[in-house]
Design a protein around this ligand. Structure first.
Ligand code: MG
Length: 218
């Protein structure tokens, strides 16, 4: 079982579902040639895809193009169903750093056929995820710098202030569809600068004041 930890409070949650937003930063939507959506675009990763700091992403043999996407992760600490945006932040237990590993070639071919994305987004090791800091330690989740470097070269450098849908609206939207439970995790989308990694690369993802992740590629 995969566990989400908040070391500062010694809280631990078995990870439930991981609900992810696509195209939540306009510049990133543009770089992939996508429209900016009117409503949040959602997909899920299974908890079995989670790996931790220091672990290794294993690119499946059915892909030749694996991309990184650094994202702010929101850990749910209390059950919520159809919560309002005004009350949504009471459900947040903490924040972490995630990388939404994506098999871009596989995803593009699925998109072209109108098929779901799970095999491009949910394979084993597709969700590097840090430990979490308590929500109380992050006064404004919409003023966080997100960075990702590959082999020491900076590739993504964005700010969560550029999110199209912000955390309260995201939680309100998702919880009207899926009941959110303690241990569920939301990945809030990636800023521009996504790109490919190959076997032997090392990624460093960092969200200032939240967490850093050091991940190998194989
Ligand atoms: Mg993503």
């Amino acid at each position: 079982m995969k566990t989400a930890r908040i070391p500062a409070t010694s809280q631990e949650f078995p990870i439930g579902k991981i609900v992810c937003l696509a195209r939540n930063y306009a510049e990133h939507a543009r770089e992939l040639g996508n429209e900016t959506p009117a409503a949040p675009v959602l997909f899920m990763k299974p908890a079995s895809a989670v790996i931790g700091d220091g672990d290794t992403v294993r690119i499946p043999p059915y892909s030749q193009e694996c991309h990184y996407e650094v994202e702010l992760a929101v850990l749910i600490g209390r059950e919520c169903r159809a919560v309002s945006a005004e009350n949504a932040m009471e459900c947040v237990a903490g924040y972490g750093t995630a990388i939404d590993m994506t098999l871009r070639d596989v995803q593009n071919s699925l998109k072209a056929k109108g098929l779901p994305w799970e095999i491009a987004k949910g394979f084993d090791t597709a969700c590097p995820l840090s430990d979490f800091v308590p929500a109380s330690a992050v006064p404004d989740p919409h003023n966080l710098h997100l960075r990702l470097s590959v082999n020491g070269a900076l590739r993504q450098d964005g700010c969560s202030s550029d999110m199209i849908n912000r955390v309260p609206r995201i939680i309100a939207h998702i919880s009207a569809i899926f009941t959110l439970q303690p241990g569920d995790v939301i990945l809030t989308g990636t800023p521009a600068g996504v790109g490919q990694v190959v076997a032997g690369d090392v990624m460093e993802a960092d969200i200032e004041g939240v967490a850093r992740l050091h991940i190998h590629i194989q």
